[in-house]
Ligand binder design. Structure first.
Ligand SMILES: Nc1nc2c(c(=O)[nH]1)N[C@H]1C(S)=C(S)[C@@H](COP(=O)(O)OP(=O)(O)OC[C@H]3O[C@@H](n4cnc5c(=O)[nH]c(N)nc54)[C@H](O)[C@@H]3O)O[C@H]1N2
Ligand SMILES: Nc1nc2c(c(=O)[nH]1)N[C@H]1C(S)=C(S)[C@@H](COP(=O)(O)OP(=O)(O)OC[C@H]3O[C@@H](n4cnc5c(=O)[nH]c(N)nc54)[C@H](O)[C@@H]3O)O[C@H]1N2
Ligand code: SF4
Ligand SMILES: [Mo]
Length: 880
């Protein structure tokens, strides 16, 4: 059954995670879960899935789900909860005006949810104070594309990455963040080795393993690099003078580029020259960019610096050519299309354009419409802090963790008069602060559409019943709209009806000269909507367009594109003797954002199970930071404690930490506590990749490792917990060792009476104890030491709930090899197993490692890491 035909009981839907937007075929497994496979017919993935997509079925358990509306901690019914929301919002508007309320939503909402949120706020409440986590994600791209093209248009398609002769990845760790697109690129390069890949990233990421050239530029210096390229394009005779007739602003852009100091990118001149030479001589270039570009105080200028080079050479909108923004969330694009940002209106219309406002007001028959853009995320939470926003509704996002200056944002939410949170779970740092908690249906339970990075609209379809009292977000928000008195406008009975209204509006918007047009999808009806196949917009009654702009027609008033003069600026927070390091932040392969879903799948916790700080070996040595110890990082806004990961993947003076850990998983790992709320002046997007920090060894008197069949609730200065197959594990540390470890352990595990085996050596500070039930099954174990605990964690964890043999030995017996940390999450293949296959000489290529161990043969997300292991082994061999 590997062909494209779905099995009779398989349902076609779309992955819940990244903007690649892979199609998946799901089938209820009868136990409340879903079996999942890649949809061979979906144009984004052609059957592939990455480790996260592959594990979707393991994230659906109801154990931590919010199943009932809750007011001040007490379960209640929908009518009570939503009447309260409607009343409090109405009261605030009546007393303090519409701008005293705000909505903060998410690129993980479906288009239909988003449409209702936006209509409620902008058309009926009459405030533009609705912003979205896309402000932290795509806002600089939106602003840059609008400056250049007149609209927020992604010109090309995924195929362009495969058709290109040169793919430049700027600030994108595609291997980990868009794994299936990365695999498509890797396959294209394998088939056509002449194709070149360049990675531009201060850090040597997993993506660099595919690269012919890695430019480790100074943080924030992308504008300087692309300005240099623009000068080279001009000097090297690579201008497309015919295409430049469709472009304004060339002279000014070139002048600004020329004025640029030649070495600001911090790169050796020969590398810069080699990059420019390659770019100039290759016609088919795609420049892919992501958060290393967007999340910067010069993010919008970075976007325009890139687009300038494509416009000057006419390399845009043609097969294998163009700037290409890869989007983060599953519906980052859809959210932009429906106008979810505070400065946008539905269907790529502009809130600040009176004609656009009139069009939408008339179409919605809306009583009111804000006259100007609303507050962008950072300003919005600042007004929450100062009390000007008195009622706040947060939907499908976790700002107490993911916003910059997260401790201050958390405190601002905590201090707000009235906070509503719609989520899947009550156990998030944000949901814990809500007065009203609204239980939403999640992926697998809800219906709607999403748009991926290459403008393909796909259906998400429900395959499971809505659990408990949960409701879809669109239905919750529409009900509040009706309760606030707007019955007709929010009289939606299904997502299909919402989509139909939206598609009709897009036709009117397009008639004013906008790019976004899905009027060809009006009148689908319930059946047509149910059957909707992946479709790339625009879709008019007469068809669509594969790519934009090759014809030289743009969406500015003049119809021409604009090159923008840009000047490089360093990141705004400057290092100083007090804060000498630049902190870069981002993602890891197997976790999604604040981990509310991915951390439920044990196999996704095995890749990197703890918050960490990548630091260069020389910096670590200078600071006295040893491998796998703990580091305290302080910034002007906050403090974190993280595990040291000493590596030359980061440059000296720079450190990197992941964004995923929270109060739930590792309270001192909330990295946004360190990031200041500095934003790009045009887009309002925070500079999440260039905070400044001071580092010092964490003064640990003891380190611990705990495993338990029950959830652990540690209470010590450092802890990080994660789920494992038969329970939980945690890394622990503290500044003072207790007198009596057993008492502490019994409290930690809530096992006052269980039988305890223990060994301790007070002289060396080590203690090991195991708690067993009457049948000698291992309930919990704690290992403590003055240095980071050395034991085979996987081995200990695998014994949980089992009849334990020598649990205190800390390592497997000789006849049971230790597989080591998991590399291949799909098939659970560990580092040691792969190492053994390589060392035995049986496996010298990634494919052979797959044949010997299975690693990398399913989703392929770990193939870059296997390649690194092979390369390391070959280097060792060469040295011997
Ligand atoms: N596994 C996983 N995948 C995801 C997500 C996830 O949480 N987990 N989230 C999704 C979302 S919402 C998003 S937005 C995307 C993000 O996808 P990416 O943007 O690829 O991911 P990041 O790790 O945030 O950052 C990318 C790179 O920018 C680099 N960088 C930092 N500063 C600079 C700079 O000044 N210049 C340049 N050129 N590079 C710099 C960082 O070193 C980092 O490697 O991923 C999506 N996919
Ligand atoms: N330092 C630093 N900070 C960053 C970034 C960075 O690179 N560095 N990246 C930024 C970026 S690009 C992004 S996109 C953000 C992401 O940050 P967030 O949006 O805050 O992170 P998520 O964990 O995805 O939060 C989604 C929430 O919605 C819930 N949820 C899931 N599905 C549904 C649903 O259908 N309905 C409802 N109502 N709730 C649902 C989940 O349980 C979860 O609590 O983080 C930003 N913050
Ligand atoms: S690449 Fe992975 S996370 Fe992204 S949509 Fe595809 S399967 Fe989902
Ligand atoms: Mo994002």
């Amino acid at each position: 059954m590997m062909d494209g035909t779905p099995h009779r009981d398989e349902i076609r839907t779309t992955c819940a995670y990244c903007g690649v937007g892979c199609g998946v075929l799901v089938r209820p497994d009868g136990n409340g879960g879903l079996s999942v496979r890649g949809d061979p017919d979906h144009p984004a993935n052609h059957g592939r899935l990455c480790s996260k997509g592959f594990a979707l079925g393991e994230t659906l358990s109801l154990d931590d789900r919010l199943l009932s509306p809750r007011v001040n901690g007490t379960d209640t019914d929908w009518d009570t909860a939503l009447s309260l929301v409607a009343d409090r919002f109405s009261q605030s508007i009546a007393r303090h005006g519409p701008d005293s309320v705000a909505l903060y939503v998410s690129g993980q909402l479906l288009t239909e949810d988003y449409y209702v949120a936006n209509k409620l706020m902008k058309g009926f409440i009459g405030s533009a104070n609705i912003d979205t986590n896309s402000r932290l994600c795509m806002a600089s791209t939106v602003a840059g594309q609008k400056r250049a093209f007149g609209t927020d248009t992604v010109p090309g398609t995924y195929e362009d990455l495969e058709l290109a002769d040169l793919v430049v990845l700027v600030g994108s760790n595609l291997a980990w963040c868009h794994p299936v697109l990365y695999q498509r690129l890797a396959a294209a390069k394998a088939a056509r080795p002449a194709m070149k890949v360049v990675v531009i990233d201060p850090r040597r990421t997993a993506t660099c393993d595919l690269a012919d050239m890695h430019l480790a530029l100074a943080p924030g210096s992308d504008v300087a690099l692309f300005n240099r390229l623009l000068s080279a394009i001009n000097d090297g005779g690579a201008l497309d003078t015919a295409f430049l007739r469709h472009v304004d602003g060339f002279d000014a852009a070139l002048r600004a580029a020329r004025a640029q100091d030649r070495n600001v990118a911090g790169l050796p001149a020969d590398q810069l020259d080699a990059f420019c030479h390659l770019w100039l001589r290759t016609e088919k270039v795609v420049t892919v960019f992501s958060q290393g570009v967007n999340q910067s105080s010069s993010g919008t200028d970075k976007v325009n610096a890139i687009i300038n080079c494509h416009l000057a050479t006419g390399r845009i909108g043609k097969p294998g050519m163009g700037p290409f923004s890869v989007t983060g969330q599953p519906n980052a694009m859809g959210g932009r299309e429906v106008g979810g940002l505070a400065n946008a209106l539905a269907c790529h219309l502009d809130i600040e354009d009176p004609a656009h406002r009139d069009l939408v007001r008339t179409f919605w028959d809306a009583p009111t419409m804000p006259q100007a853009a609303g507050l962008k995320a950072v300003d919005l939470f600042e007004r929450v802090r100062t009390g000007q926003i008195k009622a706040l509704w947060i939907v499908c996002t976790n700002p107490a963790v993911s916003m910059p200056d997260a401790d201050a944002v958390r405190d601002a939410i905590a201090g707000c008069d009235f906070v509503v949170v719609s989520d899947l779970t009550a156990k998030t740092d944000t949901a814990r602060l809500a007065h009203v908690l609204l239980p939403a249906t999640g992926w697998g339970e809800k219906n709607g559409t999403v748009t991926n990075s290459d403008r393909t609209i796909s259906r998400q379809r429900a395959a499971l019943p809505a659990p408990g009292a949960t409701r879809p977000d669109w239905a919750i928000m529409a009900e509040v709209g009706r309760k606030m008195g707007w019955h007709k406008a929010f009289d939606f009975a299904s997502p299909a009806q919402i989509f139909d209204e939206y598609a009709a509006l897009s036709g009117l918007a397009a008639a004013t000269g906008r790019d976004f047009d899905i009027s060809g999808l009006t009148g689908l009806g319930e059946a047509g909507y149910a059957a909707l196949q992946p479709t790339r917009w625009p879709v008019t009654k007469d068809g669509g367009t594969e790519r934009f702009f090759a014809d030289g027609r743009f969406f500015t008033p003049e119809g021409r594109a604009r090159m923008i003069p840009v000047t490089a600026r360093p990141p705004e927070a400057r290092t100083s003797p007090r804060f000498p390091f630049v902190l870069n932040t981002g993602r890891i392969r197997d976790q999604w954002h604040t981990m509310t879903r991915t951390a439920k799948a044990p196999r996704l916790n095995q890749h990197l199970g703890e918050p960490f700080l990548e630091i260069h070996p020389q910096d670590a040595a200078a600071l006295g930071i040893a491998p796998a110890t703990l580091v305290t990082a302080t910034s002007p806004t906050g403090r974190c404690v993280l595990r040291s990961l000493i590596t030359d993947r980061v440059q000296r003076g720079q450190v990197f930490a992941p964004m995923h850990w929270t109060g739930e998983t590792a309270p001192t790992g909330r990295i946004d506590a360190l990031v200041p709320g500095i934003v790009d002046p045009v887009s309002g997007q925070p500079e999440s990749k260039a905070a400044v920090v001071a580092l010092a060894p964490f003064d640990a008197a003891w380190f611990g490792f705990a495993a338990s069949t029950d959830k652990l609730a540690p209470d010590c200065p450092y802890w990080a917990r994660s789920r494992v197959e038969h329970g939980w594990r945690a890394e622990l540390a503290g500044n003072h060792a207790p007198q009596d470890w057993e008492t502490d352990a019994r409290r930690l595990f809530a096992l006052p009476h269980a039988r305890c085996q223990s060994i301790a050596d007070p002289a060396t500070g080590t203690a090991r104890m195991a708690f067993l039930d009457g049948d000698n099954r291992l309930l919990a174990a704690l290992f403590v030491s003055r240095t980071p605990v050395a034991l085979s964690r996987d081995h200990l964890v695998s014994q949980l709930g089992q009849g334990a043999t020598a649990p205190l030995s800390g390592r497997p017996s000789a006849d049971m090899p230790d597989p080591g940390p998991v590399v291949c999450a799909c098939l659970g293949v560990g580092l040691n197993t792969i190492g053994a296959a390589i060392d035995s000489g049986q496996a010298a290529t990634v494919a052979q490692v797959g044949a010997c161990t299975g690693a990398g043969t399913n989703c392929g997300s770990c193939r870059p890491e296997i390649a690194v292991l092979l390369a390391a082994a070959q280097r060792v061999e060469a040295a011997e």
